[in-house]
Design a binder for this molecule. Structure first.
Ligand code: ATP
Length: 249
């Protein structure tokens, strides 16, 4: 029996409990100086899912996350988070880990936690302190004095300590050595709210295959494939990693 075609006009990740989608996009389109980065993307993502956002370099992953996070506003089509277009109301529900460095580098972990406590009403400082301990981060060093991996762990500690409904993580393990990747993924999942929705972008699919329960594949700014990870593994009789390699080779 041949595998089903890899096309999905609407990228619907099925809900596990009948909930309505928490993130919806319709015809989402973004071009940079006339060159398309996202083209007519239709998605429906329910709460209670950890979704891998997969795609080769330049496929539009960061562009999608930035639109959802309310960082990029000049787009066509629609995006909603809990019914709100990206803006102040959706930002209050959404915790975003951008791929670029976003914290001032003179902060120690305690100072960064204090800053987040002031910035975000839903920030759980005790959870952040617990994650800093879990990651064994040095408490007396500023970000400038930390290694890249340590800095990334601190940024993840802060991002995951908001009591948000949606977490958008852009490449949280890129540039991190393989041994530390598992530690980071364990930190991300620590005390994670099962009702929340996480969208985690990566091209290191093998490393996140164990934690994602569903996937979206983008190619050239378009939806290639979306669905439940177990269903896809079963229907294509292969791992997501092998499917990814086949589609992007
Ligand atoms: N600020 C920008 N100005 C011009 N073009 C941009 C800008 N940001 C992104 N692009 C283009 O949009 C397309 C999608 O980029 P995007 O960063 O969303 O891809 P990505 O899937 O996140 O890639 P990567 O895995 O390399 O991070 C690419 O062709 C990129 O060159």
């Amino acid at each position: 029996m041949s595998a089903p075609p890899l096309t999905a006009p609407v990228g619907t990740i099925p809900s596990l409990d009948g909930s309505d989608p928490l993130i919806t996009t319709r015809g989402l389109t973004k071009a940079f100086r006339g060159r398309p980065a996202l083209s007519g993307l239709d998605l429906e993502l329910p709460p209670g899912r950890i979704v891998g956002l997969m795609g080769a370099n330049g496929s539009g992953k960061t562009t999608l996350l930035k639109i959802l996070a309310g960082v990029l506003s000049d787009y066509d089509g629609q995006a909603t988070i809990a019914g709100h277009a990206p803006g102040p109301q959706s930002k209050a529900l959404t915790s975003f880990l951008p791929d670029a460095r976003f914290l001032s580098t003179h902060l120690t972990p305690a100072a960064a936690i204090a800053q987040y406590s002031r910035l975000f009403a839903d920030f759980d400082a005790a959870k952040a302190a617990e994650l800093v301990r879990f990651f064994q981060l040095p408490t007396d060093r500023t970000i400038k004095e930390m290694s890249k991996g340590m800095g990334e762990k601190l940024r993840i500690s802060l991002t995951m300590s908001r009591r948000a409904r949606v977490y958008l993580l852009d490449e949280p393990i890129s540039g991190i050595d393989p041994a530390a990747r598992d530690v980071i993924l364990n930190g991300i999942l620590r005390d994670f709210d099962e009702q929340a929705l996480m969208l985690i972008s990566t091209h290191l699919i093998a490393d996140v295959e164990t934690i994602v329960d569903s996937v979206i594949f983008l190619k050239g700014g378009r939806l290639l494939l979306a669905g439940d990870a177990d269903d896809l593994r079963q229907s294509h009789a292969t791992s997501l990693d092998a499917l990814f390699r086949k589609e992007y080779s």
